[in-house]
Design a protein around this ligand. Sequence first.
Ligand SMILES: [Zn+2]
Length: 278
Amino acid sequence: MVSAHDSNLRKGVAPSPHLAIYVDVLLASFRQPTVRRSFLTWAYPSTMWYESLPSGWSWDSLWYGYTRCGCGGIRNNGSVCGACNEPLSPPAEMFVQGPNGRQFPIAHAVPGGEGRYEDYVYLRMLEREWLRPLSDEDRFLGIVEQHRPSARAIVVLTFWTYFETKVDRLYRTAGRQLPERVVEDFMLRHSSIGVRVDRAYRVFFGTNYWNDLKAQGFSDTAELLQRVHKCRNQFAHGQPEAIDDKLVEALVAGLQREHEAWISVFNKRVNHLDVRDA
Ligand SMILES: [Zn+2]
């Protein structure tokens, strides 16, 4: 097939000089980081959850609006409890009597949110490490390229520590009806996270954590967490490169889903030990 360009050459028609200029200008523009970023944003709209947060809100806002229900479950304000399905009932009016017999109303209060102090710190750390600009010091340039971990590998390591605290909390809350020494001993004998999401989980709940996630509609989160777990172990045992940029990005993109997934499983299990199936 003869292209129009070839055809023009054969006819002795030179290609327009303007075309080459346009191409040069286009390429030069694309080399500018701001132009390139704008183009990529247009071509590949970001789906990162945190970009939809109200201005000034940090990643720890994932815990905004949640309170504990009297049943032990986690309730999103204004919705029914995810564990007992009870709506938030209006509080009974209460009064305290003053020295002159006068009645003073007591302000209504609800139990605090499930998110604990360390949750807020972890989420802020993750946000800071993901958003801060990188320098060459962060890029492990002294390591051979094929063995370099992501410059943001700390995001995965920090998240995994956070995840371990949440799994620990799930056991301790679900086991609150058992004698404390029994739960303490169980946790000591099943201290590794790999056991806690699988073998130990079967003892308490009759399945494993991954299957619980899938049953609650979070198969994507189960796959992501299993991938993070595997790569984090590889990182810790001679393969730091296992935590690469793709994994870090996938984890950040899935962080909000993981948050919702943990609450969903927590609510499912908080009042339902399944030790009979052990
Ligand atoms: Zn409840």
